[in-house]
Design a protein around this ligand. Structure first.
Ligand SMILES: [Zn+2]
Length: 88
């Protein structure tokens, strides 16, 4: 009696991707849309979705999508880590 087939769930984990597990994201994680490169900064929130400043990406509603191209949260990539110092 055979038939022990495992599910198709491959554990692909790309560098820069958070794997859809937004609960593991830090509160100050800056996320970037991989479709249109829109950047979500928690410190600024999202005026389109009326997200107040200081809202972490992990706290965004499930139906939240990219305000620029309507891409789902799973299409966002974690880009925070090394912050470039802009001239000031
Ligand atoms: Zn987008």
């Amino acid at each position: 009696m055979t038939g022990n087939s495992t599910g198709p769930g491959g554990d692909h984990f790309f560098a820069g991707s958070y794997g859809g597990n937004d609960a593991a994201l830090p509160d100050d994680a800056v996320m970037e849309c991989r479709i249109c490169w829109h950047v979500y900064e928690p410190a600024q929130g999202d005026e389109v979705w009326q997200i107040p400043p200081g809202t972490p990406f992990s706290a965004l509603p499930e139906h939240w999508t990219c305000p620029n191209c309507d891409a789902p949260k799973s299409d966002f990539l974690l880009i925070s880590g090394d912050r470039e110092a802009s001239g000031g």
